[in-house]
Ligand binder design. Structure first.
Ligand SMILES: [Zn+2]
Length: 560
């Protein structure tokens, strides 16, 4: 008698091969049979007629490092089909961390990853100092999904250099101490070493995140320490000044895979990301293992007119900067101010987040009931309908709402033809959900469902089989997750049951459920019928089970 059998599913097995109708038998957390008309005696049978069954989604770019210590459900990812999450991306981790550095570590996370400081202060369970102790805590506490953790450069640097970590280069002795910590973390089961050289990554008080102060020698020494045991992935969110050839030299020296983030398409500099992907392809042709992390979601940012990040860089916006309440409302209502903004927007320039793409600005949430009719509609659409100017349209909606209207603007990765090419690049990995971070700006934890629904079904950018491969066996092979990522006998029963006709991610919603009541954006699954982690069901058609079991495993052993 086995645990359960799923009958009559369209099995999309993760290999990229043609999906086939069949049954799946699960016992003891593993797949024990797959094929048409399985003859098995099971305690439970699930009829999956009309539905598709695939391996669970592997999310290779998350920031659950802090959240996992108070929320082992890793909300909202498992309900969105994610059965394995890789944490510690960009090197923004919380271990190792001495008690004296906890406050600065939390303040940095608040700044760089948009996490509420109150949520972090109330939420993080600091039962550890070293990386091995952090792993022991995660193992003891358990989690709904499987987790693999990077050791993070900024934490390693802060441990060794204290307050100087964000201020200066390291000495040879300090680099040696950092190497020892990286080695210790790899022995404790880290999946690799993660870092950032991105100028966008600033911590408390606008100081650069510590890893940005690293010299090339320091970076090479730490990646070398990671790779000594013949294991580990080096992950870097790179700034424009970090050339691919330098990263290729690290791949060559260590023989380890190098994963480069964040490759997003910018409509005003449309060739840059393809130059990076070409350089990565050339490195692969020379025998290096290099990948570029790409996203299947437009990078959108939520904002209100009280703090409109996408337009605050405009010179004509200056009169409004620093104002609040009635004074700000007066400026936003002023015709001369509006004419100035209109004139500046009329001239396109290269380095500007927002370029009058009004069809890419949407009303998310309104405060006044009379305004609800604008929700989920674009400014371009509303303006055309009323025959009014789009800037006036947006500002008037906000003013009628006491500036409480939440808008969203798609800033990067919105050129779908270009993004489709990036998703199909042989050396890209579909990633960058940033789940667990930037909770007030965006939430792409449902990226996998979006790839299946939007990109595969609706746009036909890739077959369903290829979309599933990209979300499952591809990342599993890069990270060396053994016996995961395929529907095959002997593999872990990490599974996602969904309706291919409807699968997708739902609209964003704002909820106030972080520790201390802080707000975050979340999103619900569409067309998901069940999610299993190691053979145990954690979500159904209504989302995460109320008593979702802590079925996940802390992954610490990886194949090459
Ligand atoms: Zn990140």
């Amino acid at each position: 008698m086995i645990d359960f059998v799923v009958r009559n599913a369209l099995i999309v097995d993760g290999t990229g091969g043609k999906p086939a109708q069949g049954d799946l038998a699960i016992d003891g957390g593993r797949i024990v049979g797959v094929g048409p008309h399985l003859v098995v005696n099971a305690r439970r049978t699930l009829d999956a007629s009309g539905l598709a069954l695939m391996p669970g989604i592997i999310d290779s770019h998350t920031h659950f490092d802090a959240q996992i210590t108070w929320d082992p459900t890793l909300s909202p990812s498992p309900a969105l089909g994610v059965t394995t999450a890789v944490i510690g991306n960009c090197g923004f981790t919380i271990a190792p961390c001495r008690p004296a550095d906890r406050e600065i570590t939390m303040r940095n996370l608040t700044q760089v990853e948009g996490m509420s400081i109150e949520a972090l202060r109330q939420g993080i369970a600091w039962g550890f100092e070293t990386f091995p102790e952090y792993m022991a805590q995660l193992r003891a506490a358990g989690s709904v999904a499987n987790v693999a953790a990077y050791v993070g450069h900024s934490s390693v640097r802060t441990w060794v250099m204290g307050g100087d970590a964000a201020r200066r280069a390291a000495t040879a002795d300090e680099i040696a101490q950092m190497q020892a910590i990286v080695r210790e973390a790899m022995s404790a089961g880290a999946v690799g070493f993660a870092s950032s050289t991105s100028p966008a990554h600033n911590g408390e008080g606008g100081l650069p995140m510590p890893s940005r102060l690293a010299s090339d020698e320091e970076m090479a020494a730490l990646v070398g320490a990671m790779g000594e045991g013949g294991r580990g992935v080096y992950m870097l969110t790179k700034g424009g000044h970090t050339p691919i050839p330098f990263l290729e030299s690290l791949a060559a020296a260590t023989g380890r895979p190098v994963m480069v983030a964040a490759l997003l398409h910018n409509s005003v500099n449309p060739t840059a990301v393809f130059a990076d992907l070409d350089a990565i392809a050339a490195a692969n042709a020379r025998g290096r293992r290099m990948l570029g992390q790409v996203s299947c979601c437009p990078l959108s940012m939520d904002f209100t007119l009280a703090s409109p990040y996408p337009v605050e860089g405009l010179a004509s916006w200056k009169p409004a900067l620093g104002l609040a309440g009635a004074a700000l409302e007066a400026v936003l209502a002023d015709k001369a101010f509006r004419d100035g903004v209109r004139a500046e927007l009329a001239t396109p320039t290269t380095f500007r987040l927002f370029n009058s793409e009004w069809h890419k600005v949407q009303v998310v949430e309104t405060a006044e009931p009379a305004q609800q009719r604008f929700e989920q509609r674009s400014i371009a659409e509303i303006a055309t309908e009323s025959g009014r100017d789009p800037l006036d349209t947006m500002l008037d909606i906000a003013l009628a709402d006491g500036l409480k209207t939440v808008f969203t603007a798609m800033l990067l990765n919105s050129d779908e033809e270009a993004v489709g090419r990036m998703l199909n690049d042989p050396h890209s990995i579909v990633s960058l959900s940033d789940a667990g971070a930037h909770l007030t700006f965006f939430n792409d934890a449902g990226f996998g469902l979006h790839l299946l629904g939007h990109w595969s079904r609706d746009r036909g950018a890739m077959s369903l089989a290829e979309a599933v491969r990209r979300l499952t066996s591809h990342p599993a092979s890069v990270f060396g997750f053994e016996k995961r990522g395929l529907i095959e006998e002997g593999f872990a029963a990490d599974l996602l049951l969904f309706d291919p006709k409807t699968v997708g991610r739902g609209p964003k919603r704002r909820v106030h459920d972080l520790p201390g009541g802080a707000a975050r954006l979340t999103t619900d699954a569409v067309g998901v019928h069940g999610v299993w982690v190691n053979g145990r069901q954690v979500a159904d058609a209504n989302g995460l089970l109320a008593e979702a079991p802590l079925a996940g495993e802390l992954l610490t052993r990886f194949a090459d």
